[in-house]
Design a binder for this molecule. Structure first.
Ligand code: COA
Length: 529
């Protein structure tokens, strides 16, 4: 970069111009050309030094391609150098990024080099769900001998989570905010930790309880303005990157460019590794007769013009199958999958009746196949925001006719819902369930639905039980639960006393377990069922 310096006319006779300029050259010698500005030359940047503190030097006749910076330092050279050190032309990024390519290239390193930037004792937050930066994580695991006690904070982990496997205890400690298939065993064996939290509050945890040393993220290639998109995962990933001391990005040319508040500028990234691999996919689940029956009951609660939140899995996908005759549905959801694309193409999801973000699908992450990723790429209909906005119950409630549909593992006869553990065994996490249950309950004409098969473990246990298994965490409290749906029908609990809500739940239990539940009901309420 070509830098011209202009200094003032000398109204301050004690101003030691010479030493300032030579000191400046020394301090600013970072591969840039720096000289006293000459008339007729257009510099990339002009720095104007004013020897007094009144910025009296005229800058009007100076030409700079990108930026004119005026520094008033008086005689305090140290103060001047301090300011200049802080400027560091490259890191000015957005102000003078005359040469984006240069800024980008200065940050590119190999995955192996990136792994060496992580230090023992660091807290590392990794990109979420299908946005997991797999090459960075693999390089970090391969470099494990260099680390002791690196904490890995992650939520839905889609890859193998090698850092939580036996043998890694000395190097890594996984702190899971949502247990999944690849981390369940580690958490339940005591090799990894689980931290209970609402999804909406995760960004605030990074402020208070879990300050971030390193954020490992995956983003799209930068656009012509230098902005990379977080693509399929903004959720807590963008907030983590905003707060981290060090941001290392896997820039993947296959990451879709999603809209909304989903961008990070290259100047905000410390190191870049370049990648070109397919985004992790979530294959569509098998939808059987039970899921179809549940889907049909849920769909019967959805009025035209409703805004929907749908979780992951066969039940939410089954609900979508029965919405084909509805009109003007909208989406404000933690995530969406492929099923939503079909309803948009069929003209069912228009988002036209939405009261906030009309015309837009609002989500915080995306999990599906390439079909979904192609649909969201550069699509202004889909806006992706951080989870502290999308999952904030006071935002969710602003939608009209908001309907949340989530799932659980057990419901007791009082309507208490366990979604994340069976006894002391941690199966998943609360995720956004309570955020959306609360938001939709607070919404005018809103409904929260808990949808589940009536049995688990191949039909051997009832999910509707007299008491939750000993040690189970209550995910959604009985005061928050509104509708419960199984393949046998719909139980509306809101406003019902304990006796009537228990009766409503027994009516949708599996026939094989009804008699036992009725026996319990009659004993508990001293009445005939
Ligand atoms: N007793 C014993 N085991 C049970 C059980 C019960 N009542 N209910 C479920 N399980 C077991 C299953 O057998 C299965 O075990 P396996 O993996 O060894 O086969 C495991 O728990 C998962 O159950 P499954 O029914 O297959 O789960 P799912 O994929 O349908 O997901 C939840 C159901 C509840 C786990 C999931 O919806 C969840 O995590 N919810 C909370 C988070 C949330 O709602 N987030 C908001 C939307 S993303």
């Amino acid at each position: 970069m070509n830098i011209g310096i202009k200094y003032c006319g000398g109204c301050n006779p004690t101003y030691d111009r010479k030493s300032v300029v030579s000191g400046l050259k020394e301090h600013f010698n970072k591969g840039h050309t720096i000289e006293t500005s000459k008339q007729g030359i257009v510099y990339d940047v002009v720095i104007i030094l004013c020897g007094c503190s009144s910025a009296c030097v005229s800058i009007n006749n100076l030409e700079a391609k990108y930026e004119k910076i005026c520094i008033t330092s008086g005689n305090d050279n140290n103060k001047l150098f301090n300011i200049i050190d802080k400027i560091n032309v490259l890191s000015l990024g957005r102000v003078i990024y005359m040469n984006l390519k240069e800024i980008y290239e200065s940050k590119v390193i190999t995955a192996e080099q990136a792994a060496t930037k992580i230090k023992s004792g660091n807290r590392v937050v990794t990109g979420h769900a299908c946005g997991e930066p797999t090459e960075l994580i693999n390089a970090m695991v391969a470099n494990c001998e260099d680390y002791e006690n690196v904490e890995i904070v992650h939520m839905v982990a889609m890859s193998e989570s090698e850092y939580s496997k036996p043998g890694m205890e000395k190097h890594f400690r996984h702190n899971s905010l949502f247990v999944g298939g690849s981390t369940r065993e580690a958490v339940n064996c005591g090799r990894a930790d689980f931290t209970p939290c609402y999804f909406s509050e995760v960004p605030s945890l990074f402020n208070e309880c879990l300050p971030v040393d390193v954020a490992l993220i995956q983003v799209s290639t930068p656009d012509e303005h230098g902005y990379c998109s977080f693509g399929v995962s903004i959720d807590y990933t963008k907030p983590a990157a905003k707060k981290a001391k060090l941001v290392i990005a896997e820039v993947n040319n296959k990451m879709p460019r999603t809209m909304g508040d989903s961008f990070i500028h290259v100047s905000e990234i410390d190191y870049i590794i370049e990648a070109s691999h397919n985004i992790i996919e979530l294959k569509p689940p098998k939808i059987g007769d039970i899921e179809k029956a549940i889907g049909q009951h849920c769909a019967s609660l959805v009025e035209d013009g409703s805004t929907l939140q749908l979780g992951i899995g066969a039940i939410p996908d089954a609900v979508l199958l029965f919405l084909k005759e509805k009109k003007d549905l909208g989406i404000h959801s933690e995530m969406i999958s492929d099923g939503v694309v079909e309803l948009v193409e069929a003209g069912v999801i228009t988002n036209n009746a939405k009261t906030i973000h009309p015309g837009k699908i609002v989500v915080t992450f995306l999990m599906g196949t390439q079909k979904l990723y192609d649909f969201v790429n550069n699509n202004p209909m889909v806006e992706v925001y951080s989870v502290d906005y999308v999952n904030d119950p006071t935002v969710i409630m602003k939608n009209s006719k908001m309907i949340s549909i989530n799932s659980c593992v057990q419901v007791d006869l009082m309507g208490q819902v366990a979604s994340e553990s069976v006894g002391l065994k941690q199966i998943s996490g609360v995720g956004g369930q309570v955020d959306f249950v609360r938001g939709s309950n607070m919404c005018k004409n809103g409904k929260s639905i808990m949808a589940m098969a009536s049995t688990a473990a191949k039909g051997t246990v009832s999910k509707i039980v007299p008491l939750l298994a000993e040690g189970s965490a209550v995910t959604t409290g009985r005061n928050d639960v509104n509708y419960v749906v199984t393949e046998y029908g719909i139980a509306k609990l809101k406003g019902k006393n304990l006796k009537d809500r228990a009766r409503a739940l027994i009516n949708i239990a599996h026939p094989n377990f009804k008699n036992k539940l009725i026996e319990e009901w009659e004993k508990r309420f001293r009445l005939k069922f």
